[in-house]
Design a protein around this ligand. Structure first.
Ligand code: ADP
Ligand code: MG
Length: 699
């Protein structure tokens, strides 16, 4: 027997139904809500307040004596617009409060006239002054409340983001309705056991609480639940990615033995330091495994990371495979190419260079040689990651100064089924919390102490009044045969009035300050060939002084350079300043750095002081993190990871740790998060990170 189809019975909307099915919904809200990213009822529940408004104790005007700060509720009797003698617009409303009158006035808030009408019930907060026949308020906070809404004093009202066409009261009401009717349908993703352990409320309490909290402490408490959940989901994603890669990808197993080790190290012009040996050991362990290495090597500027990378590359070649090293700038790629070529003189290892500025013919040749295996080691800029670059058998990818590329630079490798090992290097130490928060899927090796010959650096905060003294010293050092840098934050004159440009500095030095010396210029707007030529001259001591922008920040190595002047230092971040300083820390001479700057605020002042006081890059990274949070370096935005919505890695650092431990424990008991207990969490992980972290097909 066939049942008739019962399409006629209206079903109750669900969380995923369009928001338009909500009780009390009005069609003209479609566009504004869409703009706010609200499509479904669920979206509305998770449309969290941007901030909160606290109303004061609700008072009766009749009880007031003199001027005081109050909150009252009343009904608008009339609104008026006008202008002052000087042309400012005035908007005012007269509000009836239990028989007494209150006049509220706003200047230059013309748009208010469309938002408030006679008959509206409003709550006003601000300072009230008594006048002969009424009370007056100027610029009070005001919001319309529904006729039937219960208005209490000392209330915390949510403030939502708005868009043209929907008002604060309207959206408040809409959210309230959604919460009343649908909050119970939200599914709890965090297992009960964990919630009790952590003292975290249910999703229902939390959503309700975040929209209509009793107090600001209440907001903080509910916020914690979402922060924890967000960080837990991130940690699970990173851990799942790691797990997934370990079972899905196979890399060539490259064992090291005494003979290989001896052959490789014989190529180096120096003994490895203890720290370098430790890292080499980590890398050898990783690369002998069929699970691809995924290691971050962090070490201060000048700590000697290059040779470690070289070791790993030569290990690949020893096993008949290729290796590639990607550098963020052409200058740096060239420099690596030179270093490696020197070390490998008269060996059978062949090295190729691939950069954006090569001729098509040269490029073609390199590409061909990679496919045939003619080239063993490839050095280049990001052009080595392009689709058309194919290898015969690539075993290792090294990414130098990876923070310049972004966190998730991977290569589109076509490689006969095998995956390469990855070694990424960074001179910007990653604060502990970030390492844990965003890089939990990487193994991390650290070089804390550079080769012994690394020179101390003296850093001074330049007093603008004593510039001449510094330049005198600078000249004296140049005369002794040292070389120096002068760093500017902008290239051209007049990009900003208050900043001094490379051009201006060059002219000033040339005509007055350093007129006896040979001065070169290098910046990002020059052609790669010109840059390279200038760098070569500086390297060869054909120049005494290099005026530069922060293009020289990454990795440039001229051992004889020991002087640096940094102009407009407030324009640079701490990590960047420290990188710059690294340029004069590499040779056989004590380095001297003087920073001039006009810090615009206290944070910038702290930053410069910290730079002067602290030589340890790791310490600076933590200070920077304390001052500015994750900043843009490791902010997730620019690197394709969805931004954290609630969590703030700085403020919530203890929760990052908690979430990491919990994620690890969960995955230990259930590596694929397959059990029913975790299935909802897993769903969230995939929804949020499946695509970017490439864990979409887990399980
Ligand atoms: P970074 O970590 O900033 O990339 P580099 O690898 O460029 O540092 O090394 C900085 C300088 O130290 C280079 O001139 C390099 O030749 C030198 N160096 C590296 N390791 C050693 C070592 N074990 N002994 C002596 N000098 C070293
Ligand atoms: Mg380097």
């Amino acid at each position: 027997m066939k049942y008739p189809e019962r399409t006629d019975i209206p079903r109750k909307p669900t969380l995923t139904s369009p928001v338009s099915l909500l009780r009390g919904y009005r069609g003209l809200w479609n566009a504004p809500l869409e703009k706010l990213g609200i499509g479904t009822i669920r979206d509305l529940l998770f449309f969290f307040p941007r901030s909160y408004e606290c109303t004061g104790e609700l008072v009766d005007l009749a009880d007031l004596e003199g001027e005081s700060e109050i909150t009252v509720v009343g009904e608008i009797e009339e609104t008026r617009t006008g202008r002052t003698r000087y042309g400012k617009s005035i908007f005012s409303m007269t509000v009836g409060c239990e028989g007494l009158l209150l006049k509220a006035t706003w200047f230059n808030m013309h748009f208010m006239k469309d938002k408030y009408q006679a008959g509206d019930r409003v709550v006003l907060s601000g300072v009230a002054k008594p006048k002969a026949d009424r009370w007056e308020m100027t610029h009070p906070r005001v919001s319309v409340v529904a006729e039937d809404a219960e208005v209490q004093g000392s209330q915390v009202l949510p403030v939502y983001r708005l868009s043209q066409g929907i008002s604060q009261p309207a959206i408040r009401k809409l959210v309230r309705t959604a919460v009343e009717d649908y909050v119970e349908e939200l599914e709890e993703a965090i297992p009960e056991l964990i919630r009790t352990q952590k003292g975290i409320g249910s999703i229902h309490e939390a959503v309700r609480g975040i929209h209509s909290p009793e107090s600001l402490e209440d907001v903080a408490h509910h916020r914690l639940r979402f922060v924890y959940q967000e960080l837990l989901v991130l940690q699970l994603a990173l851990a799942l990615r790691r797990w997934h890669h370990s079972i899905a990808n196979k890399a060539p197993q490259l064992e090291t033995d005494a003979r290989i080790h001896a052959r490789i190290t014989a190529r180096f012009p120096f003994e490895l330091t203890a720290a370098q040996q430790r890292v080499v050991q980590d890398i050898c362990d990783d690369m002998s495994d069929s699970q691809p290495m995924n290691r971050l090597l962090q070490g201060d500027v000048g700590s000697g990371k290059t040779v470690v990378a070289e070791y790993a590359m030569l290990l690949s070649v020893a096993h008949g495979h290729q290796a590639v090293m990607m550098a963020p700038t052409e200058i740096l790629a060239q420099q690596h190419y030179r270093t490696l070529s020197e070390d490998l003189q008269n060996s059978r290892v062949s090295i190729g260079l691939l950069t954006g500025s090569m001729t098509a013919g040269d490029r073609r040749q390199v590409l061909d040689d990679l496919i045939t295996g003619e080239i063993d080691l490839l050095i280049g800029t990001h052009s080595v990651a392009s689709e058309e670059v194919r290898f015969k058998s690539l075993a290792l990818v090294v990414i130098d100064e990876q923070h310049k590329f972004g966190v998730r630079q991977r290569m589109a490798v076509r490689n006969n089924g095998l995956n390469p090992h990855y070694l990424v290097m960074s001179a910007t130490p990653i604060p502990r919390t970030i390492a844990m928060g965003m890089f939990a899927d990487l193994d991390i090796s650290t070089i804390r102490k550079g080769p012994d010959h690394q020179q101390p650096v003296h850093t001074y905060l330049g007093d603008p009044a004593e510039r001449e003294k510094w330049w005198k010293f600078f000249r004296a050092q140049l005369r002794k045969g040292r070389q120096g840098y002068v760093i500017a934050s902008t290239v051209e004159r007049a990009t900003r009035e208050d900043l001094v440009s490379v051009e201006e500095i060059y002219e000033g030095l040339k005509s007055r300050i350093l007129s006896d010396f040979r001065i070169g210029v290098v910046h990002g707007k020059m052609s790669p060939a010109d840059k390279e030529e200038t760098m070569r001259q500086f390297h060869a001591r054909e120049l005494d002084v290099l005026v530069a922008t922060s293009v020289i920040e990454v990795g440039v190595n001229v051992p004889n350079a020991s002087l640096m002047t940094i102009e407009d230092a407030q324009q640079f971040g701490l990590a960047q300043l420290h990188q710059l300083r690294g340029r004069v820390r590499r040779g056989h001479h004590t380095g001297y750095v003087c920073v001039f700057g006009a810090p615009a605020n206290e944070e910038a002042e702290h930053r410069l002081q910290a730079f002067v006081d602290t030589l340890d890059g790791f310490e600076l990274a933590e200070i920077d993190f304390d001052l500015r949070g994750p900043g843009d370096l490791f902010g997730t935005k620019q690197h394709g990871m969805p931004p954290l919505r609630m969590a703030d890695l700085r403020r919530d650092r203890t929760i990052v740790e908690l979430a990491r431990d919990d994620a690890q424990a969960m995955l230990e008991s259930d590596p694929g998060l397959q059990s029913t207990e975790f299935v909802k969490l897993r769903k969230q992980v995939l929804r949020r990170y499946g695509r970017v972290l490439d864990v979409g097909d887990v399980g």
